[in-house]
Design a protein around this ligand. Sequence first.
Ligand code: ATP
Ligand code: MG
Ligand code: MG
Ligand code: MG
Length: 385
Amino acid sequence: MFTNAGMVQFKDYFRNPATAPFKQATTIQKCMRAGGKHNDLDNVGYTPRHHTFFEMLGNFSFGEYSKSKAIRMAWRFLTEVVQLPKDRLRVTVLASDQETFDLWRDQEGLPESKILRCDAKDNFWSMGEGTGPCGPCTEIFWDTQNPELKEDDEERWLEIWNLVFMQHYRNEQGQLENLPIVCVDTGMGLERLAAVIQEKENNFETDVFRPIFDGLHEIMTAEGIESSTNINATPHKKIIVDHLRAMSFLIADGVIPRQDSIKNIIHQEEEIFMSTLSKGLALLEPVFKQANLAATKQVPAEIAFKLYDTFGFPLDLTVLIAEERGWTVDLAAVEDLKEKQREQGRASWKQGANDILAKAATWKEQGVFPTFSGYQHDRLLGQSS
Ligand code: ATP
Ligand code: MG
Ligand code: MG
Ligand code: MG
């Protein structure tokens, strides 16, 4: 159901543009960044721009147009179609990619001060660590003009569009080969563009999220839970709003979307989680009241481990609850306990396997050989396996 990049279906066309059934494409792709290389799960609610689920707009060229036209089209779209003021945009390029720097300066007329040279960490795109098409990228940023942030503060700038120039292929030996012709792969976040166009400081205040937030607020008020109409008051509501939207899209893509089944599945998940949560909290709450621990303000690793291991209580939740009280969790010590348990598991598995082998050896001596009769039994019982 998932691929780890939006260009996976086009990968072969970058290597052999002649095999592409079309030379260019535009896309709207559903993206999840709740794991893997680009994991944004922990950013959601705490930054104005990250979601677990978002829609990425893209345009692709398989040898049809190259850097110059890709830059021309992106700049025209932002400054002429959407009519963003040019002086509120700036771009980054890979330091060694002089061609792209020159295009921004000479073709689009950007002052050099608005073209930042960055290193490969930020401006060289590749798919994970493995093989595949890759290349330098250039990103377009919007000046949020947040009065609390200086112009040279990175957080003041909202990344809206990433243009990747597929020039290389990383082969099995990890070497970079040149692709026959430069291809283009771009990605722009719909929600971020919406925030800019709707003049919102935060994606969550756009019309994409506002109705979900209003619904949440209504339910909280009806349940007598204190709730402010300010979506930015705490990260929690933004997280709920984000996850509700992500869940709905995921469920809708995995099963035939019927409203009731979506509701049921979410409800079941909620019940399971609430039961885990209350069992875990019953164990965790007393810890914060223990006088001997209050001095170090640290949750004992054994308790964090037990919560995780016995109750399925997520470790990051323990950390979050601890942090809210100004406490910490010794994660390294929890890891040690996890490793110790894995070792015990391996040892007891080995012991169990040895016992069976010893028993099997005696059968062999007695001339007894096992036969597999699972399928016959299944048929006799008339049950499907
Ligand atoms: P950032 O630096 O803000 O985390 P990124 O460099 O990880 O963004 P890209 O991998 O370049 O993002 O993805 C292309 C575009 O997709 C970004 O320019 C942005 O508009 C959008 N985007 C990326 N991550 C998210 C997210 N978590 N939520 C919403 N939009 C996103
Ligand atoms: Mg990111
Ligand atoms: Mg970025
Ligand atoms: Mg980027």
